[in-house]
Design a protein around this ligand. Structure first.
Ligand code: HPA
Length: 249
């Protein structure tokens, strides 16, 4: 995912508060017109590629999904020169291929979030702007992640519709059945408005999901933090491997 002349942005989610393997050059606390991002920006090299890492939920992890300042996060990365962002997201699996510890590189989004500050285009505007969002994820970046997963034998699903829910509670079984009827394959709380904000600034954006539980009603038990932590332990090494390998591509 070499981005000539530009650092690649990595937004770490649950289970990825810091990026081991990153040779850190600098850590910066920045401000944007939309406020402060969730964490400091960590500048460094990952497999030789300049990277700027940001922890979506703060470091330590304390900002819930509906209170993340997505605008500040995306603008801070943009101001740091980032034009390609990999958003790492913990998700619940709905599709039968998307069980715990599976990596997913989705291709579509359905947005069920509400009340989040989801656009840069408001306030004192000279004109109204509607961005095209037909393909929310950058296809070339998806290909790089898929190839990295394939060559390093990381179990993955290279498709899927990401249903973005408001949280912070998990869903009911009926909500998941409805999302499945809508066409969702995975469910998470942080994919939106992050992807749309990146698109508004012309940033190439891709989601690297890690399934940490079967979505509500998709297994014979309720969802526990122990199950989620176990899937993170099992699957995050694959996510890290994909990140490192894709930097060299
Ligand atoms: N639902 C919503 N968000 C999630 C889930 C889930 O089951 N698992 C991880 N993030």
């Amino acid at each position: 995912m070499t981005d000539i002349g530009n650092a690649v942005g990595i937004i770490g989610g649950t289970g990825l508060t810091t990026l081991s393997g990153l040779k850190i050059n600098d850590t910066r606390n920045v401000e944007t017109p939309w406020g402060a991002p969730s964490s400091e920006l960590t500048h460094g090299l990952l497999d030789g590629q300049p990277v700027v890492f940001l922890s979506r939920h703060g470091n330590p992890h304390q900002i819930p999904p509906h209170q993340v300042n997505y605008r500040a996060n995306i603008k801070a990365l943009y101001d740091a020169g980032v034009r390609t962002v990999i958003g790492v997201n913990a998700v619940g699996g709905i599709h039968p291929d998307m069980g715990p510890a599976r990596v997913v590189i989705p291709d579509q989004i359905i947005d069920y979030t509400w009340g989040r500050a989801g656009t840069f285009f408001e306030g004192d505007l000279r004109q109204v702007t509607h961005i095209d969002f037909t393909w929310p994820y950058d296809q070339a970046a998806r290909d790089v992640l898929i190839q990295a997963a394939r060559t390093h034998d990381v179990p993955f699903a290279g498709f899927g519709v990401y249903g973005a829910t408001q949280g912070p509670r998990l869903e009911t079984a009926a909500e998941i059945r409805r999302m499945e009827r809508d066409g969702c394959d995975l469910v998470g709380m942080t994919g939106m408005p992050e992807a749309a904000l990146a698109a508004e600034l012309g940033i190439r954006y891709v989601c690297l999901g890690l399934v940490v539980n079967w979505a509500a009603g998709k297994s014979d038990h309720i969802i526990t933090m122990e199950e989620i932590d176990a899937a993170i332990d099992q699957g995050m090494s694959g996510v890290r491997r994909i990140l490192e390998v894709s930097m060299a591509s």
